[in-house]
Design a protein around this ligand. Sequence first.
Ligand SMILES: Cc1ncc(COP(=O)(O)O)c(C=O)c1O
Length: 451
Amino acid sequence: MAETKTPGFAISDKKHTRSDDFGGDNILSAKKQMLSAASTWDDPAATLAAARHEFGEHGGVNMSIEASATFTVMEPETLSRMFTGELGPDRDFFIYSRHFNPTVLNLSRQMAALEGTEAAYCTSSGMAAISSVLLQLVSSGGHIVASTVLYGGTHALLTHFLPRACNIKTTFVDMSDLESVRNAIVQGRTKVLYFESISNPTLRVANIPELSRIAHEKGVKVVVDNTFAPMVVSPARLGADVVIHSISKFISGGADIIAGAVCGPASLVNSMMDLHQGTLMLLGPTMNPKIAFELSERIPHLSLRMKEHCHRALVFATRMKKLGLKVIYPGLEDHPHHTLLKSFANKEYGYGGLLCVDMETEERANRLMHHLQNSTQFGFMAVSLGYYETLMSCSGSSTSSEMNDEEKAMARISPGLVRMSVGYLGTLEQRWSQLEKAISRMQDSGSFNKY
Ligand SMILES: Cc1ncc(COP(=O)(O)O)c(C=O)c1O
């Protein structure tokens, strides 16, 4: 990782606004006790509760939005001390909001607490987080080993954009074939091993501890996209170096914001902010502080939302399987990675909020989605995930359409694969009866085969 002269910071309780009144010091020490309890506690919700709480400028329970592009100082020398890196955000000195911004930093602290990493920083989208991390860790001529099954945009970035624009090449490997992963790593040239904790769209689960061990033996950094499994899986606690999120999904929960985050060591975040070499500072995929504020208000109920997404996904997957559908869900015992996920998933969060139904042909997939949306109002035909309504799409012709037929076959994306992000609005039984009715209509018209 590049050395940095940028004003640095680490995640800590160093400063707590309003420590003078409201018994600030007691709050601080209570939080410190919680933090040490959280380190032995297997639940990201505990770590989140123990993270520093930022109060508003006038004592508000929520922090004030620092909606400033630039920041003033009392003395002229202070500016130059900030630019040499002597004074930084850890001491409440800010330069310009493309660099650190206090409100974005507050959300970033929450993201670091969620993932159990030393630091984090938020970006304008998930793709901004992915491209910025890869460009920070891999230089021209470098090599990446990545999973054959990835979100279509990431696949396109690795297959087309990075080789053309940056001379960075990727070898795609099935992450469940550990020997092939080991063989694909070219010591000295491979810089990153990249995969998704639970893959989009096929819901395969990566063996994060083993993959991290293999990569680290060869000096390779492990970058994991955890968009499908916030709270459910904690990749950094399992050995990954960097955790990426598309916050646009479960973490936002509202399908109204595009955002991302990079969670990892403070040295990485600082290098990405470096005034001479940092991808966040120089490519500028900056998050707006007003967006950061909105998102920071949603993180406290992420754990509740995830539990309900996951609970309903398990119930629906189990019942759909009983009806004879070909269901893919890591919570089902017949899923090839069920035991693996169970071994490292955080307790009480379940197995993820997405399930897939393989209708084998695109035509049958489309008919099922038509009934689910237009006949029984079970959910919406739309890409994306993590919304309170169920969203469904046929992956091969939508979010994975960047892949050619051979790549889709390698990724095991069937043309009739319907991906569902299970929502929690309404009662479970109300939603199940809508789902069941749509399946009955498919059965009546003879359009699905039982398994
Ligand atoms: C797994 C995964 N990672 C990253 C992204 C990109 O995120 P964003 O749309 O926020 O740029 C997506 C988008 O669908 C995704 O599904």
